[in-house]
Design a protein around this ligand. Structure first.
Ligand code: CA
Length: 251
């Protein structure tokens, strides 16, 4: 009876264990993406780690994260805007692309503690904390390959802890300047067939801009928002503006 009441109370409070990495509160990032793609890539990018096995963007069904070759200690990170409680981390791996060891770093407040390294097991590695970790701001999972130079593939990561199921959503990417630069560079490649290549990233009042100059004269500018979504492509030289395609707008 007591157990039933406890369960009922947990349900009423919405306190079931959920994957906290899939909440509005979380920001996800990875050390590299195969093909030097941006983290947001639908093919092997970071969102595939937190898609529940069903990632589908524009008819492309990829559900795993794949690293760059030579990324020997690749990592995936989940940062929480507001602190959370975490009981365990569940990692889905596949043979041939699996790491030997898994190390979990947990930042609570200003302190970071290391858990492991634990021997990785396929298809699933579960890192259970001795007790629920309180006040968690960040979890970083480091994958260690003894052989080196191989590709690491991870199919799914769940950072489990109490939370409201209705807050589940698409994971948001922790955008840094490297990600902004990668997204801008791909936009240049796709729209301009590599006529220009090197630009500089600049912070302006309207957000971030990637500006390409030839002989000191601005020829092209791509305006990105803080989520690294290209908003406008301004051909300064030709005097016109172009909107990025549908793929970009949906991100
Ligand atoms: Ca997945």
């Amino acid at each position: 009876m007591t157990i039933l009441l406890t369960c009922l109370m947990l349900v009423l409070q919405g306190e079931k264990e959920i994957n906290l990495a899939r909440c509005q509160n979380a920001r996800v990032s990875v050390s590299s993406v195969n093909g030097d793609q941006e983290m947001a890539s639908p093919y092997c990018g970071v969102r595939n780690l937190f898609d529940g096995g069903s990632h589908m963007v524009n008819g492309i069904n990829y559900s795993y994260w794949l690293t760059q070759p030579g990324n020997d200690r690749p990592w995936a990170r989940v940062r929480f805007i507001a602190p959370v409680r975490v009981s365990r981390v569940v990692i889905d791996l596949v043979e041939q692309y699996d790491p030997e060891w898994v190390l979990v770093e947990v930042r609570t407040g200003e302190t970071t503690t290391e858990h492991g390294p634990f021997k990785a097991t396929v298809p699933r590695t579960v890192v259970e904390f001795p007790r629920t970790m309180e006040d968690v701001r960040e979890i970083r999972i480091v994958f260690i390959r003894v052989a080196g130079n191989g590709l690491t593939r991870v199919d799914e990561i769940a950072v489990m802890g109490p939370g409201a199921r209705e807050s589940l959503t698409e994971p948001k990417i922790d955008v840094d300047e490297g990600e902004l630069r990668r997204v801008a560079a791909r936009t240049v490649r796709e729209y301009l067939q590599s006529r220009y290549t090197q630009g500089v990233l600049e912070k302006t009042d309207e957000g971030w801009s990637y500006v390409i100059r030839v002989d000191g004269k601005e020829v092209l500018k791509i305006v990105l928002d803080s989520d690294a979504v290209p908003l406008r492509i301004i051909h300064t030289e030709a005097g016109h503006e172009q909107k990025p395609g549908e793929v970009e707008a949906k991100r």
